[in-house]
Design a protein around this ligand. Structure first.
Ligand SMILES: [Fe+2]
Ligand SMILES: [Fe+2]
Length: 199
């Protein structure tokens, strides 16, 4: 896979800004301004929802849950208008707004092969793990008459093996993300099916 625009840095945001977050309405405002593509918007909402659910089920406090939510919700915010500068633009915007560096770092590492930044924290790793996989499972739901209803892990795995299905989704990224998260692809699929934002 070609590395088109690596971020070429390893530090994101400033430790001075720890604890600074956007409110949900501020995040939604930014998305309304930046993203016209409904599918992309839905993808970010799904990933945000999965991140929040994961943090919730881990019993992390509300502040943490909100950070996880924001990382998912904003990770592709610049893709619609500046695909060639994805995810540089959103990183710069969040740095400008003095947002918590942990959120910015998670966004910066959601595609290690593309951006050249490794996911380190659990939040980083889960964003990477949910990103491609949730999009893939959503594509699968759209071709099933019952959508997510009755969806099974083995059905998803079968589609993953079928290289012509949702061909743009990198199977390598899905397995790499699973390895790095320490959670099997099967468990991740199960989590996505159970906690997916329906719509
Ligand atoms: Fe992305
Ligand atoms: Fe994404």
């Amino acid at each position: 896979m070609e590395l088109t625009h690596p971020l070429n840095r390893i530090e994101f945001g400033s430790p001075e800004n720890l604890g600074n977050v956007l409110s949900l309405s501020e995040a939604n405002e930014l998305l309304t301004d930046w993203v016209k593509n409904e599918k992309l918007l839905f993808h970010m909402k799904q990933v945000g929802h999965l991140m929040k659910r994961f943090a919730e089920l881990k019993n992390y406090d509300k502040g943490q849950q909100h950070m996880w939510h924001l990382a998912g919700l904003l990770h592709d915010a610049d893709w619609d208008q500046w695909p060639d500068e994805h995810c540089k633009k959103i990183i710069e915007e969040l740095e400008f707004r003095k947002i918590d560096p942990r959120i910015i770092k998670a966004i910066a590492s959601h595609g290690p092969r593309y951006f050249g930044v490794n996911p380190d924290s659990e939040m980083d790793k889960m964003l990477y793990a949910f990103d491609e996989l949730s999009g893939f499972i959503h594509a699968y739901s759209l071709m099933r008459p019952q959508g997510y209803e009755g969806m099974e892990i083995k059905g998803v795995k079968k589609r993953l093996k079928d290289k012509s299905f949702a061909a743009q989704v990198s199977r390598d990224d899905i397995s790499d993300a699973s390895e790095r998260s320490g959670i099997s692809v099967e468990e991740l699929i199960q989590f996505v099916i159970e906690n997916q934002l329906r719509g």
